[in-house]
Design a protein around this ligand. Structure first.
Ligand code: SF4
Ligand code: SF4
Length: 100
């Protein structure tokens, strides 16, 4: 059986995206001062990636599985410091699981 990539697996789910009201907000410039960048290791959907070419975090809330790992592991998301927030999507938005 062919092993699917994360993006291929995510494409089997459905996402109702709320582009005007993303449920996770981060400050990519402020993230440059983060000493651990643990979000890039904890996300099962690989939403957080460090862009080495631009020395900047890349993040896309579309595809988020709403597991909460990043909220637990990132102290800024966890404490809701300015520029960072984590909430579930509003009713009817977010992931609709079909795979994984
Ligand atoms: S763990 Fe939090 S502060 Fe650190 S890079 Fe990730 S989102 Fe930014
Ligand atoms: S809630 Fe889970 S799936 Fe969504 S961005 Fe955070 S770690 Fe990734």
């Amino acid at each position: 059986m062919k092993k699917l990539t994360i993006d291929e697996r995510l494409s089997k789910n459905r996402f109702e995206t709320d582009d005007h009201n993303p449920h996770i907000v981060i400050d990519k410039d402020a993230c440059k001062t983060c000493s651990h960048r643990a979000c890039t290791y904890c996300c099962p959907a690989e939403r957080y990636k460090w862009d080495t070419a631009n020395d900047k975090l890349s993040f896309d809330h579309v595809g988020c599985l709403e597991c909460g790992n990043c909220r637990l592991i990132c102290e800024r998301l966890n404490q809701g410091v300015p520029g960072y927030s984590w909430n579930y999507p509003i009713q009817g938005m977010g992931v609709i699981f079909r795979e994984g």
